[in-house]
Ligand binder design. Structure first.
Ligand code: ACO
Length: 330
């Protein structure tokens, strides 16, 4: 009889950066108020890293911490998957720089996944398939964003929402009944224009005009994204539980993408899981896109909020529109 192999998270890590940009700081830069931002989003401050730092620095730091917790070396990894939409460069993959910065010399496959705020869930889902099919034994999955470099700090509709950060997890093959129970990933390509960076790709290559017209910054239809977020995240939560013959009562902790406290509140009500079972750090970090779940997870793990055998529900949605879930027995 063959034993089923699962992917189990054995280490987590993060990079938070030191520069703090508060709502009061933003009040000095834009026509906005602390009250508006706090009431509409739940965000009080976010991190902005210094000019010297690049995406792969943050990612390598987070994965290094996760490896330390796991008691593993960089060369033990068979694969590095980096969820990001703010890479070091268009070419090569940020994951290749992470491999180099960690000093891994074993040629492990290293690549990026662009699924915006769902990037970490997509990364875990890919890692899980490689581990379950025994093509990899140990995979580093990262969610990292340096959003402050693609935000227009004259646009109050977007810049108040986002922050910089990185989080990572080390997944290993495990034959116990613990680990990732399921992942589900989705994209609705009819909604591509709701959240975009217009220029810098093949549609609109970089020119002096694209820079002058501020087309290299994030643009978003916030109200529409909000509507889809509540709906699709709730559906994803229900599907994950149903696929595992579980109900809302089985969930110990929800580690959801930290986009807006009102989105999380809406999801909590729809899936009937009280908000006090959600890990919440949006107040301090804002929306860090693909970094938000692994950052929240790392805080929960290091804060001893996660216990053996707990059921963790992860849900995320972002540009694409792409979204997904992971259900984990810790
Ligand atoms: N300060 C003050 N006023 C503002 C600000 C600001 N920072 N931003 C917008 N406003 C104004 C608008 O201009 C508008 O004014 P008007 O009525 O005179 O036109 C008014 O506030 C209301 O704007 P709405 O867009 O209706 O405000 P809403 O309550 O929808 O909140 C928000 C906007 C916070 C962006 C919300 O729609 C949201 O969170 N959407 C989800 C977006 C998101 O999280 N995206 C991240 C990526 S995807 C994801 O992570 C899920």
């Amino acid at each position: 009889m063959t034993t089923e192999v699962r992917s189990r998270i054995v280490g987590t890590g993060s990079y938070k950066g030191e520069g703090v940009l508060t709502n009061h700081d933003l009040e000095q830069m834009l026509d906005t108020t602390d009250d508006w931002i706090t009431e509409r989003t739940g965000i009080k401050e976010r991190r902005v890293v210094s000019k010297k730092i690049v995406t792969s620095d943050m990612a390598a730091h987070a994965l290094g911490q996760a490896l330390d917790m796991a008691g593993l070396e960089p060369n033990d990894l068979d694969m590095i998957i980096c969820g990001t939409v703010t890479p070091d460069r268009p070419l090569p993959a940020t994951a290749a720089y992470v491999q180099k910065k960690l000093g891994a010399s074993n040629h492990c496959a290293s690549f990026d996944v662009a699924a915006a705020c769902a990037g970490f869930i997509y990364g875990m889902s890919i890692a899980d398939v490689f581990i379950r099919t025994q093509k990899a034994k140990r995979v580093g999955v990262i969610g990292v964003e340096l959003l402050s470099r693609v935000l227009d700090y004259t646009d109050r509709n977007t810049c108040v929402l986002f922050g910089d950060g990185a989080g990572a997890a080390v997944l290993v093959a495990d034959e116990s009944d613990r680990g990732i129970l399921s992942t589900h990933t989705y994209t609705d390509g009819s909604l591509t224009e709701l959240l975009i960076i217009p220029a810098g790709g093949s549609v609109m290559p970089t020119t002096p005009n694209t820079a002058a017209e501020r087309l290299h910054y994030v643009r978003m239809e916030g109200r529409e994204v909000f509507r889809y977020a509540v709906r699709y995240l709730s559906e994803a939560a229900r599907t994950a539980l149903k696929a595992n013959n579980m109900t809302n009562d089985d969930v110990s902790l929800v580690v959801a993408h930290q986009a807006n406290i009102r989105i999380l509140d809406g999801v909590a009500k729809r899936v009937d899981i009280p908000l006090d079972r959600f890990v919440l750090n949006i107040e301090r970090f804002g929306n860090t896109s693909s970094a938000s779940i692994p950052l929240a997870l790392d805080e929960a793990v290091r804060g001893n909020l996660v216990k053996s055998d707990d059921i963790l529900l992860m849900i995320a949605l972002g540009g694409g529109i792409s979204w997904g879930s992971a259900l984990i027995k810790w």
